[in-house]
Write a protein that binds this ligand. Structure first.
Ligand code: NAD
Ligand code: GLY
Length: 363
């Protein structure tokens, strides 16, 4: 088992990573958080594969447990789901502020965290991520949100969990496509901060894809550590440090939006294409060498991820990219790789180059 402390003063918490650790939840989370009425938020699929183990561990300590299932997939990040969760919270915690446990992927974590951040102006919550993407990224750092039809994550806040428990054994039931999705974020960490991690993924790709014990534990720990260190330096995404975690995401969000969040381009697949497009842009601007551009593209491809967009309307993509938060101040802003292991923020990219990169990327 590995433990990472995310240091944020009073809002500090531990990220714990290991196999079959859910049974030890009482040892991993402060009793003051677990001795409240608990609302476990999950979906049907995750309840079936992981709900029983969590329930057993909570019952063993005599916890008062309630459950709320939300729809599967991105459509759960809606006002309708948020309203159902907060109504349920008002039923179970009339006198005491309840605790939320988010059991699931990034979707469950984001909507459950957002409910926790606003219900009674904030109640404790614990992230128990069950997808690879959620274990290395979304459960850490306190970004919580729901979507509007205009764009994803438009309504949200920064609200840190009290603990993140990454039980690697939960990943065994994940479809291969979801493992590959998570791999996109893992590759991202190598590109933005850690050349040694990138080399490690290149060397051990199949073992990671097969969720092989120590390889899996190493990459989840490494990525969670990188994210923790970045979040500590820029919790509220206000100093230009945390933005590096969005490498590939400016293009990715536009792609997801243009495809109306359909299964044609999942989040991980869009991030993969987005990383390749950002690398192409960096190469075009003379920031990135052709060798490193090829290394990035090759690893994305070897991981089974797409390196180009499916045929899409360029007008829709350009419109969607303008909705990106990073464009709101008037000047656009892209995180671009300088080399494997290092990225930088570049502003005021000419519209024509954005369009060209989209077109070279398949649009
Ligand atoms: P997801 O939550 O939709 O999960 C993917 C699929 O896997 C779902 O069908 C889910 O039911 C299923 N699943 C989950 N755990 C399983 C298990 N153990 N076995 C079998 N099936 C399982 O998708 P995701 O990729 O985890 O998360 C994507 C979401 O995360 C997006 O909404 C994205 O915006 C958000 N996100 C948030 C942050 C953040 O910092 N808050 C960062 C990255 C992504
Ligand atoms: N996933 C980007 C962030 O947490 O800032």
């Amino acid at each position: 088992m590995k433990k990472i402390k995310l240091n944020l003063g009073k809002r500090s918490y531990n990220i714990v990573i290991g196999h079959h650790i859910i049974k030890d939840i009482a040892k991993l989370v402060s009793p003051s958080v677990l001795n409240k009425p608990i609302l476990v938020i999950t979906n049907k699929k995750v309840a079936r594969v992981a709900g029983g183990k969590l329930l057993k561990a909570l019952k063993a300590i005599g916890a008062e447990v309630h459950g709320k299932e939300v729809p599967d997939s991105e459509r759960a990040k809606s006002f309708a789901t948020y309203s159902k969760i907060t109504t349920e919270l008002s039923r179970i915690g009339k006198k005491i502020k309840p605790t939320i446990i988010a059991l699931g992927g990034g979707v469950v974590g984001d909507v459950a965290g957002f409910a926790a951040s606003t219900y009674r102006r904030g109640i404790p919550y614990i992230q128990i991520p069950t997808t690879l993407l959620a274990q290395v990224d979304s459960s850490i750092g306190g970004k919580v949100a729901i979507d509007l039809k205009e764009a994803k994550n438009l309504v949200g806040s920064f609200y840190q969990p009290r603990a993140v428990i990454c039980d690697l054994s939960f990943l065994k039931t994940l479809p291969r496509k979801e493992i590959i999705n998570g791999l996109a974020e893992i590759i991202k960490y190598g590109i933005i901060r850690d050349k040694a991690l990138f080399n490690y993924i290149e060397k051990n790709l199949q073992k990671i894809l097969n969720l092989s014990g120590k390889y899996l534990e190493y990459v989840v720990w490494k990525c969670a550590s990188i994210k923790a260190r970045v979040v500590e330096k820029d919790e509220f995404d206000s100093t230009g440090i945390r933005v590096i975690l969005n490498f590939g995401h400016t293009f990715a969000h536009a792609i997801e939006n243009a495809f109306k969040y359909s299964k044609k381009h999942t989040h991980g697949e869009s991030v993969a294409v987005g990383m390749v497009l950002a690398s192409d842009m960096a190469f075009d601007l003379g920031i990135l060498s052709s060798e490193d551009f090829e290394r990035i593209r090759n690893l994305v491809k070897r991981a089974g991820l797409p390196t180009a967009i499916q045929k899409a309307d360029i007008g829709k993509l350009m419109k969607a990219i303008e909705y990106d938060k990073k464009f709101l101040s008037g000047t656009n802003r892209f995180v671009l790789p300088r080399r494997v292991g290092r990225v930088e923020t570049v502003e005021d990219i000419p519209e024509i180059l954005i369009e060209t990169v989209f077109k070279r990327g398949g649009a």
